[in-house]
Structure formats: C-alpha cells, structure tokens
Design a protein around this ligand. Structure first.
Ligand SMILES: [Mn+2]
Length: 270
C-alpha cells in the first residue's frame, strides 16, 4: 500500500478536508519531507493545473500522483453529472473528461465524488442513476486509454442522496459495460453510512480502487474514534494494494494533520 496526502488548489474550497492548500510546490515539498509516497491533487479545473510544474515536482521529490479530484466541478462551477439541465450535464461531462485526461496522462485516476450530484425536484433517483451511469460509460474508456481506473466515491447523506454506500455503488458498477470503474471508499463517509466498515470493504473486494484515510470526525487518523483494527484486517483479507490517502481536515494545522496521517499509516500499514 502507498501513503498519500491531499493538496487542494481550489481557493474556494477552504473548510474542505484537504491537508495542504493553494501551493503545489510547498505541498509536494512537505509531503516528500514527511515520507509520503504520493500526493492527491484537487485542481480548480484541468485547464488551470500546470501539468509541467506538477510533473517536475513529482520527479524532483520522487512522489507519485495518487489521484486527481474533480470536486471543483461542483464546488466552484456548480456542475453535476446528474443535473436536470441537459446542457449543464454536458458541461459537467466535459469538465470531468478533461481531468480524466490530465490525470491519465500522469498515470493517475480521476475521482468522481461530489460531481455525482443528487436527485431532487423533478428528477427521480432512477433518472439520476441512469445519467450517472451514462457519464461513467463515457469517461471510463478515456481512463482506460491511459490504463488507469476511474474512481467513483460514495458520499455521506449530507453531501448527496445518490450513492451513499458500497452496496448501492456496486449495484451501479454491475450495470456498466466499462470494467475499469472502481470504488473510492472514504472511511469518514463509511463511518456515517455503513453498518460495518470492514464488512463493506470486504463487499467491495476487488472493486476497491482507492481509500480515503480519515477518522470518524474527518480529522487525521488517530484524532477520532474509528476502530481501525478490523478495517486493516478487511483490507488485508481482500488483498488491497492501492493508495491510503489522507483526505482530512487540516486540524489543528496542515503540518500536524499530515504528520499524524503518516504516523498512523506507518503504524497500521507499515
Ligand atoms: Mn473522500
């Protein structure tokens, strides 16, 4: 397993669970200095990400790119793949596709989390799930061209009413022709939504593609009360060998959250 830490380049995302913020060079420098294997980057858009700078920083610090988030599509641009408006759905699709391409070019998967949107107003749950499935079918082959998966993240009920748990997300994946869509399981969301986190990870099994490593209160692992022992056992049982990425609140500050994340990673996965 590889350790990773999050870097947000979205000025509008202050208050969101990203450890390092606004400065890619400084974030990569701290990630490498603390011993992380990889960084997970959240750009404002594909076009606003300086790909050459990122490449140079990864090489300079011998870091891997764990994943690239699409959350700015929703947070900044209010784009959702399941919006009632056809044109907005198309814009969302283009926004996400551009990030899939940029990430894939760097050998990393893109994450579809908050861009899944929600069903509301005149849109039914089945309609929204159908639009999401269509979007994933369009995006996944672009990721496949780069030989990377596309990551779909179930979120807790306060962030979406569409995909909240592993079982419902697997139901959607089973209906897809694309085989490279994998689940991003976030321990913070799972703590709110799953009856048993370890059982849910076992259910995900080979479809687990990425892990967000956050404690019960979305702080760095060890700063909350989730019992990690059964979670680690479940990950071992399913042979998970992907990223364990600290997507947590920068509390009490970025440096302390990052240090706590790598210490917990080493303790539990080292
Ligand atoms: Mn997450």
């Amino acid at each position: 397993m590889r350790s990773a830490i999050t870097i947000s380049l979205i000025p509008e995302a202050h208050g969101a669970p990203f450890v390092f913020r606004d400065d890619l060079a400084a974030g990569c420098e701290r990630a490498a200095a603390l011993g992380f294997d990889a960084v997970e980057v959240f750009p404002r858009s594909a076009q606003e990400l300086d790909v050459q700078q990122l490449k140079n920083l990864l090489a300079q610090h011998r870091l891997q790119l764990a994943a690239v988030g699409t959350g700015a599509g929703w947070m900044v641009h209010q784009l959702r793949l399941t919006d009632a408006d056809t044109e907005t759905r198309q814009c969302a699709q283009e926004f996400a596709a551009a990030i899939v391409e940029v990430a894939g070019g760097l050998g990393a998967p893109a994450i579809i989390g908050s861009m899944q949107g929600r069903w509301e107003g005149g849109v039914t749950r089945d309609q929204a799930l159908g639009w999401l499935a269509e979007a994933l079918e369009e995006l996944a082959p672009h990721a496949q061209n780069h030989r990377v998966p596309l990551l779909l993240e179930p979120l807790n009920r306060y962030e979406t009413n569409l995909l909240n748990n592993v079982a419902d997300s697997l139901d959607l994946l089973r209906k897809l022709r694309a085989q490279n869509v994998k689940l991003l399981c976030d321990l913070f969301h799972m703590n709110l939504e799953e009856a048993n986190i370890a059982d849910a990870l076992r259910l995900a099994g080979p479809k687990l593609g990425h892990l967000h490593f956050a404690d019960s209160n979305r702080r760095a692992f060890g700063f909350g009360h989730t019992d990690l022992a059964p979670v680690v056992q479940a990950l071992r049982d399913i042979g998970y060998a992907g990223c364990v990425s600290g997507e947590v609140l920068p509390l009490p500050d970025s440096e302390t959250a990052a240090k706590q994340t790598i210490a917990s990673f080493k303790r539990w996965f080292g």
